[in-house]
Design a protein around this ligand. Structure first.
Ligand code: IPM
Ligand code: MG
Length: 363
């Protein structure tokens, strides 16, 4: 196979972790005789510094012309000033919208080798395997009107949470299709007791549920869901929700595993579109450039890309197995290491995984 995967290293630890994912993709290409073109484009805060735009035209064009996009991270504290007009995160939001990736898949699964990293009691964590499906290009992130004004009581800011039934239906349908291949249960999360937008969401979700009677369905209010994720996380299979609730709940859920540095994600649109893959952790500017970042979430995101954008199931499985094997052999980056464990740096971790793929166990 010949494929182009656009790499967007971005900010903070982005360049370090994407370099390791690139190594892994190259090892896969070598082993399976594929040709992967892996061009890198400037993006995020780095692109603001250089070109004044977090998503330069050339970068967007390259993304649109590829089979998949693998991103590191965006964001840097120097752009934290709330009065700034141009911010790295705008690049990400524009990219998601331009690619039309409405369904954000965020799996939350505990790696056997890291089971005791969770801050929750082991019996709660056992069997946790949740797939979040977060709506990604609608809701309050994009709804209009939005902006700021000055009213009777001074400055005012406003956003609009808005969903139409087309947007709801397509993402809820994705959740049902995924659930059918897993444990057959969908949980839809909303705030229908208060928000009009959630009542439409729930109505449409019920219609989709009625069309998919082979899959179990429930809806849960977002505040209750925040509790259930802590006290009974193993009860959930596929969880579908809107953009803002999904942003918050998927971060909460990532803590169940205790290893944020391990969690990949995929953002998908209509069949045949370009998928966007990224680790769910941020740019971690505090540890950037020190060679200690964990590249595994990015490597696992590359595996999701192989599976979902290139239909390379076997290759994706080989990457995932390689990661599990390296962990099982005791190697850890600093963020997932406990006292006495074998700590390796970002580059070494990438080498270890690439070597397993190449068939040379542990370099
Ligand atoms: C995420 C991030 C982004 C979001 C930011 C960086 C714009 O938090 O992917 O969850 O809010 O969607
Ligand atoms: Mg987030």
């Amino acid at each position: 196979m010949e494929a182009t995967i656009t790499l967007l290293p971005g900010d903070g630890i982005g360049p370090e972790i994407v370099a390791e994912a690139k190594k892994v993709l190259t090892a896969v290409a070598h082993r399976y005789h594929h040709t992967f073109h892996l061009p890198e484009y400037i993006y995020g805060g780095a692109a603001i510094d250089e070109l004044g735009d977090p998503l330069p035209e050339e970068t967007l064009a390259a993304c649109l012309n590829s089979q998949g996009v693998l991103m590191g991270a965006v964001g840097h504290p120097k752009f934290d000033d709330p009065t700034l007009k141009v911010r790295p995160e705008q690049g990400l939001l524009r990219l998601r919208q331009a690619l039309g990736v409405f369904a954000n898949l965020r799996p939350v699964k505990v790696f056997d080798a890291l089971a005791d990293a969770s801050p929750l009691k082991p019996e709660r964590v056992q069997g946790v395997d949740i797939l979040f499906v977060r709506e990604l290009i609608g809701g309050i992130y994009f709804g209009t009107p939005q902006g700021r004004t000055v009213g009777e009581h001074g400055r005012e800011g406003f956003n609009t949470m808005r969903y139409n039934e087309m947007e709801i239906r397509r993402v809820v349908q994705v959740a049902f299709d995924l659930a059918r291949k897993r444990r057959g249960k969908v949980t839809s999360v909303d705030k229908a007791n208060v928000l009009a937008v959630s009542r439409v969401w729930r109505e449409v979700a019920h219609e989709v549920a009625a069309e998919n009677p082979d899959v179990q369905y429930e809806d849960i209010l977002v505040d209750a869901m925040a509790m259930y994720l802590i006290n009974r996380p193993a009860d959930f299979d596929v969880v579908v929700t809107g953009n803002l609730f999904g942003d918050i709940l998927s971060d909460e859920a990532s803590m169940i595993t205790g290893s944020l540095g391990m969690l990949p994600s995929a953002a998908l649109g209509e069949a045949g579109g370009v998928g966007l893959y990224e680790p769910i952790h941020g740019s971690a500017p505090d540890i950037a450039g020190q060679g200690i970042a964990n590249p595994l979430a990015t490597i696992l995101s590359a595996a999701m890309l192989l599976r979902s954008s290139l239909n390379l199931d076997e290759e994706a499985g080989v990457v995932e197995t390689a990661v599990s094997q390296v962990l099982a052999a005791g190697y850890r980056t600093r963020d997932i290491a406990r006292p006495g464990e074998n700590v390796v740096g970002c580059t070494e971790m990438g080498d270890l995984v690439a070597n397993v793929i190449a068939g040379e166990k542990y370099g």
